[in-house]
Write a protein that binds this ligand. Structure first.
Ligand code: TRP
Length: 456
């Protein structure tokens, strides 16, 4: 196969960090984290989540970025080159392929939810959603879900935006997008938290998020917290590997990874602090699941002054966060295509984006036409799981942890110590800590959680 490594490089350390934070901060932070925390009892989930991020997520993120920086190519080709360099089987490239598959699957449903958020912006601006009548909001949301045509259109628009950015390349596309969207996102979020602190019940939200009720912890909660940690920091798939491949040699990865993980966790917690104060102030249920942001929150906004304006801003925030993530899901695929002679970035972005949109039909129909299709219904755990639920579960709870495990094992056991030691540029003590976490703690934690889930 003819491959070329001449990808564009990030213009600066700062744009790389903004792009990587943009990848990690997404629907996972503003939509999924609050509702997962909500249904799993708040504080206990938050605590386990943070532990997963620090002990498993951060060492793996460092490993994944390092692989990318060393290989300088898309995940399949990076893994193949690095395995060759270390004299190992070219089968290692299957880690890259698993990532490409996961990217297709995740983006296909990610874009459907991103489409809901897009749809909510005009609904808020027109005032349709600003009502304290639960029936009206529920009907509004259910009507959207019940209409394959509407959902397909919004999902399509979301994919078009994603394709547009990725097609333009690193400098003209991704960097430009994150340069505008990330600062905007930051200011909107800050404004929303301040607003929630003034208009909502901040104290209750605080204790909900930070007072741990350990009776709520089950193996399922731990697996979900782990899956959520992987999903939220974009690790285990090769998105970060791809972004790492565009790094100039002099950027030190551990610092960058720490900033990414810190920013991501802060945004998840701040999103909780923007949402729950208003939810509690209106006496609504924090444990309302996936509908938390789309049904509970509009009701909550309608009950507070200036709710229409801040509600609109909240959904603009979700859209911005989702776009800077979705581009990082399309990029590994396009990056791989680009490595073939004569393949144009714009064309591959359009083709891959279209195929992903098609795959998204499975998710779209899960909410209406195929709402009763339960492929794995014979297993108690998946009794009510739709195709959408199954894709979410398979990717977050199986593919990403598996990919992450393979990457961290490769970086810590197979790559030569000299390579990682010089490349990471850590003090001896910190390097040894990383090595210990990467070699033992992260893989063993992952194995235990897997085993618990299969046999427990
Ligand atoms: N991290 C993003 C979020 O929280 C989603 C995402 C983007 C992602 N790129 C990824 C998840 C790569 C896993 C792997 O919404």
């Amino acid at each position: 196969m003819q491959v070329s490594t001449s990808h564009e490089k990030w213009s600066s350390r700062l744009t790389f960090i903004m792009a990587a934070v943009g990848s990690s901060v997404g629907l996972g932070n503003v939509w999924k984290f609050p509702y997962e925390a909500g249904v799993s009892g708040g504080g206990a989930f938050v605590l386990i989540y943070i532990a997963c991020i620090l002990v498993v997520g951060l060492p793996i993120l460092i490993a994944e970025l390092t692989l990318g920086k060393q290989g300088q190519m898309s995940p399949p080709n990076t893994m193949r080159t690095l395995a060759q360099r270390e004299g190992r089987s070219s089968l290692w490239q299957s880690v890259g392929w698993l990532g490409v598959l996961a990217a297709f699957m995740i983006l296909s449903f990610y874009s459907v939810i991103g489409g809901w958020a897009l749809a909510y912006v005009p609904k808020f601006i027109s005032g349709d959603l600003i009502t304290t009548n639960p029936d009206v909001v529920t009907t509004e949301f259910n009507t959207l879900l019940a209409s394959p045509a509407q959902m397909l259109a919004w999902h399509g628009l979301f994919m078009v935006l994603t394709i547009f950015v990725v097609a333009r390349g690193i400098h003209a596309g991704i960097e430009k997008a994150v340069d505008i969207l990330m600062p905007a996102l930051f200011f909107i979020l800050l404004a929303l938290v301040i607003y929630a602190a003034i208009a909502g019940d901040f104290g209750r939200a605080w204790s909900f998020l930070f007072a741990a009720d350990f009776s709520k912890i089950t193996p399922d909660v731990v697996l979900n917290a782990l899956g959520q940690a992987f999903f939220s920091i974009s690790v285990g798939l090769g998105a970060m590997m791809t972004y790492g491949a565009y790094l100039p040699k002099d950027v030190k990865i551990p610092r960058a990874a720490t900033i990414i993980v810190f920013a991501d966790t802060m945004v998840a917690l701040l999103a909780g602090l923007a949402i729950f104060p208003i939810v509690f102030a209106n006496g609504l249920d924090p444990a309302s699941g996936p509908g938390l942001v789309f049904v509970t929150l509009p009701l909550a906004f309608a009950g507070v002054p200036l709710g229409g304006f801040f509600g609109t801003m909240f959904f603009v925030l979700i859209v911005f966060a989702a776009i800077t993530s979705s581009i990082s899901l399309l990029e590994p695929v396009v990056s791989w295509a680009e490595e073939h002679k004569g393949v144009k970035r714009s064309l591959s972005a359009i083709v891959a984006g279209f195929l992903i949109w098609l795959l998204g039909l499975l998710s779209v129909f899960s909410f209406n036409l195929w709402g009763d299709v339960h492929l794995l219904g014979m297993f108690e755990r998946f009794e009510t799981a739709t195709l959408f639920d199954l894709m979410d579960f398979t990717t977050s709870n199986i593919f990403l942890p598996l990919g992450g495990m393979a990457m961290v094992i490769f970086a810590s056991w197979i790559m030569s110590r000299e390579t990682t030691e010089t490349d990471l540029g850590l003090s001896p003590a910190l390097y040894k800590s990383w090595l210990f976490l990467a070699r033992f703690v992260a893989p063993i934690a992952l194995l235990m959680i897997f085993a618990y889930n299969i046999f427990g």
